[in-house]
Ligand binder design. Structure first.
Ligand SMILES: NC(=O)c1ccc[n+]([C@@H]2O[C@H](COP(=O)([O-])OP(=O)(O)OC[C@H]3O[C@@H](n4cnc5c(N)ncnc54)[C@H](O)[C@@H]3O)[C@@H](O)[C@H]2O)c1
Length: 149
């Protein structure tokens, strides 16, 4: 893996869109947003400020199994806090270490306290697959003499 590659490389590939809900949104409404956007987590934002994250795991462990009513429970009651965040300059290797250490699948990307993207475990895996494939192609070209460098 490219040691110097940072989270920004992933953001440039996947874009800087951010899906979020306010803390007062009900869990039911938040789940509908997750389904519509086809994502496994939503940032919880208040006045443009990141105040938490709500994931499928939060739903499973804090709502479903506890027998809470998702139609009346606000996201603020079950939001995971504090949130582990990164910046665009965070090396991808460090993102992987954080995901493993903190057992999280999503890392919000902050620039000057402003959310500028989200990186998931799937994004990191996809990036590694593509980086390895590019390395193999380069090595094959080198071995067969077609490598220009
Ligand atoms: N082919 C690809 O490039 C690619 C990239 C990521 C994930 N996936 C696949 O999708 C499945 C689930 O992925 P996952 O476990 O990483 O989580 P996920 O389903 O939450 O993430 C899917 C995509 O949505 C983005 N995303 C998630 N929450 C977001 C939010 N709140 N705001 C903005 N973007 C958000 C992620 O960054 C990722 O690109 C896996 O099967 C994975 O392999 C594929």
């Amino acid at each position: 893996m490219e040691k110097l590659a940072t989270a920004d490389a992933i953001l440039r590939r996947k874009g800087r869109q951010v899906y979020w809900v306010s803390p007062d949104t009900t869990v039911f409404e938040a789940l509908k947003v997750m389904r519509e956007k086809n994502v496994g987590a939503l940032l919880v934002m208040e006045d443009d400020r990141l105040v938490g994250i709500f994931s499928e795991r939060d739903y499973a462990r804090k709502v479903a199994i506890e027998g809470r009513d998702s139609r009346v429970t606000p996201v603020r009651d079950i939001t995971t806090k504090p949130v582990h965040t990164i910046t665009p300059q965070t090396p991808i290797s460090e993102c992987m270490e954080m995901m493993s250490k903190y057992r999280v699948r999503h890392l919000p990307v902050l620039e000057d306290d402003r959310v500028v993207g989200v990186i998931s475990v799937g994004d990191v895996v996809q990036w590694i697959i593509e980086a390895q494939s590019a390395t193999i192609d380069q090595l094959q070209s080198y071995i067969t003499g077609a490598y220009p460098g």
